[in-house]
Design a protein around this ligand. Structure first.
Ligand code: ADP
Ligand code: ZN
Length: 217
């Protein structure tokens, strides 16, 4: 069963890996960041609540995120697996997931951690461009799209995220070390954690992740 959590600091390459892995293993890619950005674009109540927090690099309150994830994981397409990207990000969120997962018949089966030294993260974030439509990520030097400014997958115009600036990044990284990194010990204890080196080339990382998933399907 591929009920997966993908973890790693901002800029680790979670989104990049998630998009291809989800395609390949035919499981939904559930990015809480993408869900919030969509809510913001649509002007929903959740979006209105989250916008200022997200732009500044802060964390959306646990109750809001947990509610959203529970609803999403309960949907039919998660029946045969899911890939959570960006959730859980705090201990209370992990506890909520440990409770809701089994209660809706979708317990977490694997936790993948992409580790990357902090020094390289800011450059990755500063050069990142994303597709607002399909969620694909690019980098202006390291991972260029075929046509500058255009998404390879869906042809949309790429944008720079509002929170991909040095000030918001600093807050996101601090939050990561303070609130999210402690989750690794939490999942290590439960025997679900697998760590990967995210400082090499994206294809090698993809292959390492894919072979683990093949073995655990
Ligand atoms: P990153 O590129 O830093 O991994 P994401 O796209 O996953 O960013 O998330 C963007 C922003 O959305 C976060 O900085 C945070 O404000 C908000 N967010 C996403 N997921 C969560 C979560 N699980 N808990 C709290 N806030 C979240
Ligand atoms: Zn796209």
């Amino acid at each position: 069963m591929l009920n997966i959590i993908l973890m790693g600091p901002p800029g680790a390459g979670k989104g990049t890996q998630a998009v291809t892995i989800a395609d390949e293993f035919k499981i939904p890619h559930i990015s809480t960041g993408d869900m919030f950005r969509e809510a913001i674009a649509n002007g929903t109540p959740v979006g209105l609540k989250a916008k200022a927090i997200i732009d500044a690099g802060g964390l959306v309150p646990d109750e809001v995120v947990c509610e959203l994830v529970k609803e999403r994981l309960s949907q039919k397409d998660c029946e045969h697996g899911y890939l959570l990207d960006g959730f859980p990000r705090t201990i209370p969120q992990a506890e909520a997931l440990a409770e809701m997962g089994p209660s809706i018949g979708r317990p977490v089966s694997l936790v993948l951690n992409i580790s990357v030294p902090s020094e390289v993260l800011l450059d990755r974030i500063a050069g990142r461009r994303v597709c607002p439509k399909c969620g694909a990520s690019y980098h202006i030097r390291n991972m260029k799209p075929k046509v500058e400014g255009v998404c390879d997958r869906c042809g949309s115009k790429l944008i720079q995220r509002k929170d991909d600036n040095p000030e918001s990044f600093k807050v996101r990284l601090e939050n990561y070390f303070q609130s999210t990194e402690p989750l690794l010990a939490f999942y290590e204890k439960s025997g679900l954690l697998h760590s990967f080196d995210g400082n090499g080339n994206p294809k090698a990382l993809h292959d390492a992740i894919a072979s683990l998933l093949e073995a655990n399907k």
